[in-house]
Write a new protein. Structure first.
Ligand SMILES: *[C@@H]1O[C@H](CO)[C@@H](O)[C@H](O)[C@H]1NC(C)=O
Length: 286
C-alpha cells in the first residue's frame, strides 16, 4: 500500500519500490504544463507555479499522477485587481464522454468586488449540480488552501479546512457516484468574458494583462492509479484516514455557517430550473 503525504513521494514509491525518500512538494516532479507555453511557469526551485493569461492565450497544467480516490490540497492566490472576465479552474477529471469531474472555478471580478467560487460535480458525463459561494476573505491577497477529499462515500470541498460542500454517494437512490474512473488534477486560467462576470456584461480589460494566478504546496494523499492498478490495494487498513473520513459535528457546524452566510446559488433550491422536482441527491444535501 502506498499512502503518501506528498505527491512526489508517491511517484518515488512507484519508481523505487520500497526505498523511501522524503521529498517536499515540487511542481517539477508533480505536474506537467500542458497549455500556454511560457505563460505557465515553475519558479523558486519548484515551489511556486504561476499561470497567466493574455489576450492571445490562457495557460494550464495537470498532475502527472492519476488517482482513484484521494485527498488533494493546493494553495492558490488568485488574479488580483480587475480580474473580471477571467476564470481560474481547479478540478479533478477523468477522460471521455461519460467522465467524472469535481470542480472549483473562481470567477474574477472588478477591483473590490467579490470573486464567485463556482462548484460542480459531474458523474457519468452529467453535471448540472452547481453551487456558488462568496469567500469570507479576499482570495487575491494571500495564498489559501483549496482541497478536494474524494473517497468512496463522499466528496468534500474545503477552503482553508472549512467544508463548503459535500456530495454524498447516493447510489442507493440511483445517482451515479465517481468510483471507477481515475482522475487527474487540472488547473487553468482562461478568458470567459462571454459569461463569467454578471452573465457576460463585463468584459476582460486587456490593458491589465497579463493576469496571473499563483500556486504552491500541492499535496496529495491519494490512491495513485498506474498501469490499471491502484496503489492502495484491495484492503484499507487504518480506519482513521481520508478514505473513511466524514464530517464531524464541528465541521458540520462550519459547513452550515458557510452555506447560510456565503452560498449564493444552490441547484437544489432552484425551483425554476427543476419544476418537475429536484434531482434525487438533493434529498440528502446537508
Ligand atoms: C462581482 O461583484 C458583483 C457586485 O458585488 C456581484 O454581484 C457579482 O456576483 C460578483 N461576481 C461576479 C463573478 O460577477
Amino acid at each position: 500500500m502506498v499512502y503518501s503525504p506528498f505527491f512526489g513521494l508517491a511517484l518515488t514509491f512507484v519508481i523505487w519500490g520500497s526505498l523511501i525518500v522524503a521529498s517536499k512538494a515540487n511542481f517539477y516532479s508533480d505536474i506537467d504544463i500542458t497549455w500556454g507555453n511560457d505563460r505557465a511557469k515553475i519558479v523558486n526551485n519548484g515551489e511556486i507555479l504561476q499561470l497567466s493569461l493574455d489576450r492571445y492565450s490562457g495557460s494550464g497544467f495537470q498532475s502527472k499522477n492519476e488517482y482513484l480516490f484521494g485527498n488533494i490540497h493546493m494553495k492558490i492566490k488568485l488574479v488580483p485587481g480587475n480580474s473580471a472576465g477571467t476564470v481560474t479552474a481547479y478540478y479533478l477529471s477523468s477522460q471521455g464522454p461519460t467522465h467524472d469531474e469535481i470542480d472549483f472555478e473562481f470567477l474574477g471580478n472588478l477591483s473590490g468586488d467579490p470573486y464567485i467560487l463556482h462548484t460542480n460535480v459531474f458523474t457519468q458525463g452529467k453535471g448540472n449540480r452547481e453551487q456558488q459561494f462568496y469567500l469570507w476573505f479576499d482570495p487575491t491577497q494571500d495564498f489559501h488552501t483549496y482541497s478536494i477529499l474524494w473517497n468512496p462515500s463522499q466528496i468534500i470541498f474545503t477552503v482553508d479546512g472549512i467544508p463548503i460542500r459535500v456530495f454524498k454517494n447516493a447510489e442507493t437512490i440511483g445517482v451515479p457516484y465517481p468510483k471507477d474512473q481515475p482522475m487527474r488534477l487540472y488547473s487553468s486560467l482562461w478568458n470567459a468574458d462571454d459569461w463569467a462576470t454578471r452573465g457576460g456584461l463585463i468584459k476582460t480589460d486587456w490593458s491589465q494583462a497579463p493576469f496571473t494566478a499563483s500556486y504552491r504546496d500541492f499535496r496529495a494523499s491519494g490512491c495513485v492509479w498506474l498501469g490499471g492498478k491502484s496503489s492502495c490495494g484491495a484492503s484499507s487498513s487504518s480506519s482513521k484516514d481520508w478514505r473513511t473520513q466524514a464530517l464531524d459535528p464541528s465541521k458540520e457546524e462550519k459547513l452550515k455557517w458557510v452555506q447560510k452566510n456565503y452560498m449564493i446559488y444552490d441547484y437544489c433550491k432552484d425551483l425554476k430550473r427543476f419544476p418537475q422536482g429536484f434531482p434525487p441527491e438533493c434529498s440528502l444535501s446537508p
